[in-house]
Design a protein around this ligand. Sequence first.
Ligand code: ASP
Length: 300
Amino acid sequence: MWAIIGTWPFALRGVEQAARGLAAGQEAMEAAVQACRLIEDDETVDSVGRGGIPNREGYCELDAAVMDGRSLGIGAVAGLRHCPNAVLAARALLDHPTHNMLCGPGADAFAREQGLSQRPIETPQAMERWQALKRQQASHGHDTVCFLALSNNGRLASAVTTSGLGLKMPGRVGDSPLAGSGFYADDELGAAAATGLGEDIMRGLLSFQAVSYLKQGLHPQQAAEQAVLQAHQRMLRGGHQPDNMAVICLDKQGRYGAACNHQEFVYAAAAQGQPPHLVPVVPVIDNQRAAAPRELKGLR
Ligand code: ASP
């Protein structure tokens, strides 16, 4: 059995590519990383890789991570300024014997040593968009690309890449490169990854929570819903109004699902016998309205 799932409609191309690879015997990690890379290289996607939205000072700082479900190995980079394929830097770090995470100039130096492309990340289009956002004093974000893959040999992997919150403060790191918050993978259970406001996602360790619900026997759809709902409600109890959060989840049998607390979330998926397709997600609870959560199956 193989499966691939990715966040947002623009992940569909990555899902299509990964589906071909996985069906032909590609390993989960390779499929997930190459899917992220494809989207990073698409300059029309303004939330990852080249063409991502710059920070407050007008330059991009990329975050990315990968996790290998067999060894629980992690490679993560934060605040990359000169390497548009942040996911490749994260993938290279996975092979390092001791280091899991690098940030800032150290991450860029590592990417350079690995021979990764040092093209400028900022494109003229992204700079125009940045100028407009600055004028409107609007922030922008919430479109991290995350892929979860299961290969025929039972291996699971997660890979995520993002330019983070648009107009963020220099040095700001979101959930995406943080294990358990932005991503998680465990061959014995499943994998999960998140998109939305990193500051809220990390409060609830959203990806790890979703995988822990798999351990309790929930279907990935229910696990994702419980993770979002519990985190959302816990923040409300503490007097904090959560911003947008979404999580995708895949189990070791190739079943998948997703949940969110806002109206806009769509993911892309494919699996053996299921061609690539988009799935709009009905929120478990709506962060724009003080309404009760919808009826959920599984845990309460
Ligand atoms: N989670 C990302 C961050 O906070 C943003 C996103 O998913 O759009 O950096």
